[in-house]
Design a protein around this ligand. Structure first.
Ligand SMILES: [Zn+2]
Ligand SMILES: [Zn+2]
Ligand SMILES: [Zn+2]
Length: 386
């Protein structure tokens, strides 16, 4: 797989102290895959593949990457309440919309006008994509996002997207037949687009593209709704952010933002340490995390938290509970009962690891903190799609 070429840039920041002293801070930035990294460098090894390392000591709250969206669109069930141009969420159904495709709705005429040039290229295809509804909203949403990826202007992020890994399909015969019909419909929609390469995509090529999106797109959530388990209202693809590996004890979090997201450290990071984010909800027990990562992202997590929790003394109670009963020894059963009692007394939820500090230095909830600290004042929080 060809590596996208990285280039170095220098960013300067003027700092005026309270005593009037003015200083200039210069920091080298790495431009890669439609993103800008600061204090980070790209590394590759056999075990981790491509990954990002910190190139200096980074205090909590340092922005290490600004990743631009290659494609970004509201989810099907939200399309009438989310402006297709600015992605603001309206309290009720929007009245301004494209009457031709019935796919894009807007806050007002200004948003519709701003979106008109890009929508003109997609409108006829979106009209045809409406028929994908019968194959389920997940597949429809992915193919809708894929359309935007294919229509995006060529740039380094797009090159990086096409170079990402993909995974073989796992479909039974019935699902395979549906998939082939959906692919035919998608190709029919693409034919309505000017500017998309004339060659027809094979079913296998469409699978490879959808697989890359599936593993690398971020969901957009209304602020504060994540804690209540609310579903995302939009999703986007940020190829630069795909260079971050997963850890169940991540040291970085994706911040709020839509057109671009920031990846921010939420704990102090030592020079040379790998910069990681969480692809899934890491507040769940080890077994559940491992199962989800295997199913959705096709890898077995070997992060230090998973390794620590695999040791019986440090294993969380939910791992015991999910183990087959006959494999539990008397001692384990006794431990499980005492852990349940302790958890009940403390009023803790499931999935809290015992004896393993994975929450960052201040012991707070890192997955939520970046949402609270989100620097851009956007209306949505972003999180890796589960
Ligand atoms: Zn708008
Ligand atoms: Zn339209
Ligand atoms: Zn892990």
């Amino acid at each position: 797989m060809a590596l996208p070429r990285g280039s170095l840039a220098l960013s300067a920041r003027l700092h005026v102290a309270h005593d009037g002293h003015v200083s200039l801070a210069l920091s080298p930035s790495l431009l890669l895959g439609g993103g800008r990294w600061t204090h980070a460098r790209l590394a590759t090894d056999a075990q981790r593949g491509r990954h990002m390392l910190s190139s200096a000591f980074l205090p909590a709250g340092t922005i290490v990457c600004e990743a631009a969206a290659l494609a970004l669109c509201p989810l099907e069930e939200w399309r009438k309440r989310v402006c297709a141009s600015c992605l603001a969420v309206a309290p009720s159904r929007l009245s301004n919309g494209c009457h031709s495709c019935e796919s894009c709705f807007y806050c007002d005429g200004a948003c519709a006008a701003a979106h008109a040039p890009s929508h003109a290229r997609a409108c006829a295809a979106l009209r045809r994509l409406g028929a994908l509804r019968k194959y389920g909203k997940d597949l429809q949403a992915m193919l809708r996002l894929l359309l935007d990826v294919l229509l995006a202007a060529p740039h380094e992020g797009k090159e990086m997207f096409f170079a990402l890994e993909h995974h073989p399909p796992r479909r039974d015969r019935k699902a395979e037949a549906e998939w082939r019909r959906a692919c035919a419909l998608f190709r029919h929609a693409l034919e309505a687009c000017e500017g998309v390469e004339a060659r027809g995509f094979s079913d296998e090529e469409i699978h490879a593209l959808v697989s890359r999106l599936d593993s690398n797109c971020f969901g957009c959530y209304i602020e504060d709704s994540r804690r209540e388990g609310a579903p995302p209202f939009a999703h986007g693809c940020y190829p630069a952010a795909s260079l971050f590996n997963h850890s169940c004890a991540p040291n970085c979090t994706a911040s709020t933002g839509l057109e671009r997201i920031h990846i921010i450290t939420h704990a102090d990071v030592q020079c040379g340490e790998e910069l990681t984010i969480a692809y899934i909800d890491v507040q769940r027990p080890r077994a559940a995390r491992q199962a989800e990562l295997r199913l959705m992202y096709h890898f077995v997590c070997a992060c230090h938290r998973c390794a620590a929790e695999a040791i019986p003394a440090a294993r969380e109670k939910c791992s015991y509970a999910s183990a087959p009963r006959k494999q539990r020894t008397r001692r384990e059963q006794k431990e499980l009962r005492s852990q349940r009692r302790a958890a009940a007394q403390e009023g803790r939820g499931d999935g809290v690891a015992s004896g393993v500090d994975w929450r960052g230095e201040e012991g707070g909830d890192g997955t939520v903190r970046a949402e609270e600290e989100g620097g851009e004042g956007g209306s949505a929080a972003l999180w890796r799609r589960a």
